[in-house]
Design a protein around this ligand. Structure first.
Ligand code: BDR
Ligand code: CA
Length: 346
């Protein structure tokens, strides 16, 4: 069973149509296949709702030398799951990543889907012109894919979730052993009032990923042994916000990846005057967790329909702490790492 799964899905190239070879891919690289051979490589599975910052997080992940992206599952979030899947495929194809894309849930566990197309554009990528993908999504559903990858290498796979937590919750229900198989779960989500800007971005209390599916979030926060939660308390730090001059720098670099990232982030910069690299910071933490300081405790999510839906509460007095909540970040260093990685990419 394991062998069958592994041979079918690891370092897959089956989703690349036969008439598409690596020279035809937009980005001149064929990444992922070799990195997994070393035991020092951190194996990462991404669960996302691309989404402009999810897309930049994928670009960054491809540049982290000690990270191998095993697969990408998609979820309804910033836009619907058909669009988030198409966007994931576009970025995977641009990068030439040998990672499968697995379509996940089209709606939260018990609520209707509420998108954030106002922030990410109708297509979810701010209207940036990327060719329609020629690669296709794998038929394996997103929650099953993440559970299978974790089961295949218990204690080795870091799961990074940068969208609503629906797929992760479904995987926990499908496979009771799943949380125990995951090395660490890194979540971009929540706002804990640990910094002046650690306030909600959907309501006064709630951050979007948690607000979108608070029941899923509650289940997830109580299921895993080791969670790193990267919320608005750090991702909105003024020092890491990307501004117009940063986009100019990327465009001048001559890097095709830098130029794509500038186009994607430009949508946000034009609209708000800055791009907040929420999801890229979560991905970067897998490579270098010391970029953030944390407070340890348990996290409860308010699910109440009327009042403070999606509010995240950190209880630090708990004896059974399982969540490290990012409370501070070296924003200047992170922004430099992000821009440097994007402009160096060839
Ligand atoms: C989070 O919500 C989404 O809009 C972004 O992609 C990010 O994951 C920030 O609140
Ligand atoms: Ca996201």
């Amino acid at each position: 069973m394991y062998y069958e799964f592994a041979s079918k899905h690891f370092h897959k190239s089956s989703q690349v149509p036969r008439n598409l070879n690596k020279k035809e891919l937009a980005y001149d690289g064929w990444r992922g296949a070799g990195k997994g051979l070393s035991s020092r490589v951190r194996r990462m599975f991404l669960d996302m709702d691309p989404g402009i910052d999810d897309a930049v997080a994928m670009l960054l992940a491809s540049q982290l030398k000690d990270v191998e992206v095993l697969g990408v599952s998609t979820v309804a979030g910033n836009v619907d799951v058909v669009k988030t899947t198409r966007n994931a495929l576009k970025i995977v194809e641009f990068l030439g990543l040998r990672a499968g894309v697995y379509r996940g849930s089209s709606r939260p566990l018990i609520r209707p889907h509420e998108n954030s197309a106002d922030i990410h554009g109708n297509d979810g990528l701010g209207g940036v012109a990327l060719p329609e993908p020629r690669i296709r999504a794998d038929p394996l559903p997103g929650p099953m894919a993440m559970a299978e990858f974790a089961r295949a290498e218990p204690g080795k796979v870091t799961l990074v979730a940068t969208g609503p937590l629906t797929n992760v919750a479904i995987a926990c229900m499908l496979d009771m052993d799943f949380p125990g198989h995951v090395k660490q779960l890194v979540i971009m989500g929540g706002a804990f009032s640990l910094a002046p800007y650690g306030k909600g971005n959907v309501s006064q209390f709630a951050e979007y990923n948690i607000y979108a599916d608070p029941e899923a979030a509650n289940l997830v926060f109580t299921s895993f042994q080791d969670i790193l939660c990267v919320g608005l308390d750090v991702t909105m730090h003024p020092d890491l916000l990307v501004k117009q001059e940063d986009l100019n720098r990327l465009r001048k670099s001559g890097s095709r990846m830098g130029s794509l990232a500038a186009d994607i982030m430009g949508f946000s910069v034009r609209r708000m005057g800055y791009f907040a690299p929420h999801d890229p910071l979560a991905v970067y933490c897998v490579h270098d967790q010391a970029i953030v300081s944390t407070k340890r405790g348990r996290v409860k999510v308010v699910t109440d329909l009327q009042g403070e839906r999606g509010r995240t509460i950190l209880e630090t007095d708990s004896e059974k702490s399982n969540v490290s909540v990012a409370s501070a970040v070296d924003g200047t260093r992170f922004k430099e790492e992000l821009l440097g990685a994007l402009e160096r990419a060839r």
